[in-house]
Design a protein around this ligand. Structure first.
Ligand SMILES: NC(=O)c1ccc[n+]([C@@H]2O[C@H](COP(=O)([O-])OP(=O)(O)OC[C@H]3O[C@@H](n4cnc5c(N)ncnc54)[C@H](O)[C@@H]3O)[C@@H](O)[C@H]2O)c1
Length: 245
């Protein structure tokens, strides 16, 4: 990762921040995109100070096609290239399907799936021209196994997995790899909202007997982002304590 340039969407906090930290520790220069501009700037300056890399926080909404295109161009102008792109920004709006509001369906699909498409299109164009690059998409095990109360979220993450495989096939001949990491139950702000009852039930399904940490996901992303995985593309790496086999 030394001297490489990585963009991480939703990089201000949670799993995105853990990925940023891992890549910075490996010597990568970073651009963190987030709708939380202050948090992204704060995280970026902290990581730059801690790891001595170049790191910048930028306000980018991944659902805004023009903003995404412009931000990729700005990154290339300022940093020289983009070697790694992590599609991490994502949200949940949970509820049982029969009661799910159309707006909650639309918003989750828009950020999690369309956002990943727009970013992949913008950065993929640049990477294919440069004939190198690694894109890592953050999916979820619920995109593979489904989950009551998450029709919108599980559909968006299943879509991300399909998009990962298709873009991997389309970009492979240009030397650009695309893989996904599918986390299981990870302790973050997103999952802190769940009730104690749900948490206890979930633990019963995890063979390794504990929830994962953002660091566990970041280790998998760092592997897929770097040259150690040079012969791997179109894959979905589950980081879930063995929950889905
Ligand atoms: N936490 C888990 O257990 C878990 C499990 C599986 C997958 N994931 C996935 O991991 C990713 C990160 O989740 P997290 O738990 O760290 O959540 P989080 O809410 O802590 O972080 C998500 C980040 O994305 C940003 N974001 C939201 N909408 C955005 C937009 N339109 N444009 C740009 N940035 C935007 C948020 O501001 C936030 O900083 C998500 O894709 C999530 O679906 C999380």
């Amino acid at each position: 990762m030394q001297g490489k340039v990585a963009i991480i969407t939703g990089g201000a906090r949670g799993i995105g921040e853990a990925i940023a930290k891992k890549l910075a520790a490996a010597g990568a220069n970073l651009i963190l995109w987030d709708v939380l501009e202050d948090a992204a700037t704060e995280t970026a300056s902290r990581l730059a100070g801690e790891y001595g890399v170049k790191c910048k926080g930028v306000a980018v909404d991944v659902t805004d096609a023009d903003a995404v295109e412009n931000a990729v161009k700005a990154a290339v102008d300022e940093f020289g290239c983009v070697d790694v792109f992590v599609n991490n920004a994502g949200i949940t709006r949970d509820g049982l399907l029969l009661r799910m509001k159309e707006e909650d369906w639309d918003l989750v699909l828009k950020i999690n799936l369309k956002g990943t498409f727009l970013c992949t299109k913008a950065v993929g164009r640049f990477m294919c021209k440069a004939r190198k690059g690694s894109i890592v998409n953050i999916a979820s095990v619920v995109g593979i196994m489904g989950n009551a109360g998450q029709a919108n979220y599980s559909a968006s993450k299943a879509g991300v997995i399909g998009l990962t495989k298709t873009s991997a096939k389309e970009f492979a001949s240009r030397g650009v790899r695309v893989n996904a990491v599918a986390p299981g139950y990870i302790r973050t702000a997103m999952t802190d909202k769940l009730s104690e009852e749900v948490r206890t039930t979930m633990l019963g399904f995890i063979p390794l007997g504990e929830f994962g940490s953002p660091d566990d996901v970041a280790d998998a992303v760092a592997f897929l982002a770097g040259d150690a995985s040079r012969y791997i593309t179109g894959q979905v790496l589950k980081v879930d304590g063995g929950m889905v086999m």
